[in-house]
Ligand binder design. Structure first.
Ligand SMILES: C[S@@+](CC[C@H](N)C(=O)[O-])C[C@H]1O[C@@H](n2cnc3c(N)ncnc32)[C@H](O)[C@@H]1O
Ligand code: SF4
Length: 512
């Protein structure tokens, strides 16, 4: 036997006994002896990949490919190692080469689908998964293995998208469904693990709709649209009902004292703030307001009673634009009030909604706000709640975020946050969370006390008319209708999430 044969026997023996250190040592020695032997490079690469050294494995596979560019296992393993190293874009190359030589090479179509999904190339991933599931009998098992590998490497976001897009092609594959569910239930958000049937110890945010009255007719608002459709009731919450709701809540980081409607129109709003403050339930209390219904003294009083800050909704300070975004706004009065809030040093920020209607005017508004003094401006995407189609497209949203980054650098006084757009995948949430956790941590309560899964959706039927003025949050959360909703929510996004900019799962469904 040659030295090489001896070494190979030693390497194989060590590998069989699980002594990977010795096996690697012998293989490396062999590679030095026979540098042109592609098969040895390939074997060493496989060993390294097995040991989790994806970068080094990729180097070995690349050399093997250079030595023999038509050996399909080399190309396939090179792609695998590159993907494991997180270099998805590069991994597509060897897979294309592999499929170019043998369009039916086992696992290659599926691998290309996974690589596309991990890069969030939604359209092509969806198509490739369809093909792989149709042509390759082992595709679901291989997909399972891909997801497991990604998870082991801490690439939970990529694993999630591989699963979402694979399931779009094979919705009934039970092992993939179960894997998705286990991935979701391991989700940690807001410091808590998401458990379907365990009541959260603390809530992140609770929105309580104190009134459904309003003094404006913003065309994009759910209230305005519901009035037009003939199903809206104007109503103030009774302070007694409000107190019962508050008493039934667990501790919350933030209490939001407005729903759909202008909170300051509630004739006993100061009392409500006092009740919420005295309950000790909330780390902080806030509300949004159009700053059109009350005088400055009211806002001073609201802060004295315990509101920590308020957010003034300003979509534009140009009268023509305000007339179409926030109809009924007296822009002069809005400017005066903002100036007064500054002068009195009241704790407030500005809440802006960006749509096609104020897209071109946003620079002007931000510059005007900047000239008024130091202020935080939170910009959130407009959500089409009917067929207005005024929400930004993905391209516009990307351009908008660029524009804001550029503008933020020019502002002297403004601290600008442009959130959301997670449904387009262009403004990634960090740390990555595979699904919106609002139904666990951000419930809303309507003016009648009915609990909602989030503040985007106001149908009491969704959670079986669970009423927080009559029952504790824990009881409501554990009830059959709420559990059934959460169970379904784990499986797929409900229809009302379709246009929400917080919905990362929109991507797999077709938004990308
Ligand atoms: C419904 S309002 C209630 C509070 C108060 N009336 C106000 O306008 O500030 C709460 C927030 O939702 C925003 N909003 C209304 N319609 C929206 C939509 N279609 N998409 C996104 N945000 C919207 C408003 O601009 C406001 O900042
Ligand atoms: S002011 Fe607020 S509640 Fe009133 S219509 Fe506008 S967005 Fe809706």
């Amino acid at each position: 036997m040659t030295d090489g044969d001896d070494l190979l026997q030693l390497a194989l023996g060590a590998y069989a006994e699980g002594d990977l250190d010795s096996a690697e040592q012998h293989l490396r020695a062999l590679v030095v002896l026979q540098p042109e032997n592609a098969e040895l490079r390939h074997a060493l690469g496989q060993l390294l990949l097995h040991r989790g050294q994806a970068e080094e494995a990729a180097v070995c596979f690349q050399t093997a490919v250079d030595l023999n560019p038509v050996a399909l296992p080399y190309l396939y393993d090179l792609a695998l190692a590159q993907a494991e190293a997180g270099r998805y874009a590069e991994a597509s190359g060897p897979l294309y080469q592999c499929l170019g030589i043998d369009p039916a090479y086992p696992g290659a179509k599926l691998a290309l689908a996974c690589v596309d999904a991990a890069q969030r190339r939604y359209d092509s991933a969806r198509e490739r998964f369809k093909e792989a599931f149709a042509d390759e009998p082992d595709a679901p098992a291989a997909c399972h293995a891909w997801v497991e590998r990604l998870l082991q490497q801490g690439q939970a976001g990529e694993a999630f998208f591989v699963l979402e897009l694979a399931l779009a092609a094979a919705p009934n594959d039970r092992p993939l469904r179960e894997l998705q569910r286990s991935l979701q239930t391991q989700t940690v958000d807001f410091g808590q693990t998401l458990t379907v049937d365990a009541t959260p110890a603390k809530l992140r945010r609770v929105v309580i709709e104190v009134t459904t009255w309003c003094n404006l007719d913003c065309p994009g608002c759910f209230r305005t649209q519901s009035i037009a459709a003939g199903h809206w009731t104007n109503k103030h919450i009774a302070p007694e009902t409000f107190a019962k709701i508050v008493a039934n809540l667990p501790p919350c980081r933030q209490g939001v004292l407005h729903g759909i409607g202008e909170p300051t129109m509630h004739p006993r709003y100061l009392e409500l703030v006092e009740i919420a403050k005295a309950s000790g339930r909330f780390d902080s209390l806030v509300c949004n307001t159009n700053a059109q219904a009350r005088n400055i003294d009211f806002y001073r009083a609201v802060i004295e009673k315990g509101l920590d800050f308020f957010q003034v909704s300003v979509d534009s300070l140009t009268p023509e634009v305000a007339a179409v975004t926030r109809a009924g706004t007296d822009v002069e009065k809005l400017r005066r009030n903002l100036a007064e809030f500054h002068r009195l040093g009241l704790p407030f920020s500005v809440q802006m909604v960006i749509s096609r209607l104020n897209y071109d005017d946003i620079d002007l508004t931000l510059r005007a706000l900047d000239a008024m003094g130091p202020c935080t401006v939170n910009i959130q995407p407009f959500v089409d709640s009917d067929a207005t189609h005024n929400a930004l497209s993905k391209d516009m949203a990307a351009r908008f975020l660029d524009k804001i980054r550029h503008l933020a650098g020019q502002m002297v006084n403004l601290n600008i946050n442009a959130g959301g757009f997670y449904h387009f995948g262009i403004n990634r949430r960090e740390p990555y969370v595979p699904l919106c956790t609002s139904p666990w941590f951000d419930p809303a309560v309507n003016v009648d006390g009915f609990m909602m899964p989030c503040c985007m959706h106001w149908d009491p039927q969704t959670l079986g008319h669970s009423n927080l003025s009559e029952t504790s949050f824990a009881q409501a959360f554990g009830s059959q209708p709420v559990q059934a909703f959460l169970d379904g929510y784990m499986r797929t996004s409900p229809n009302f999430c379709a246009r929400c900019s917080e919905n990362v799962r929109c991507l797999a469904a077709g938004n990308g």
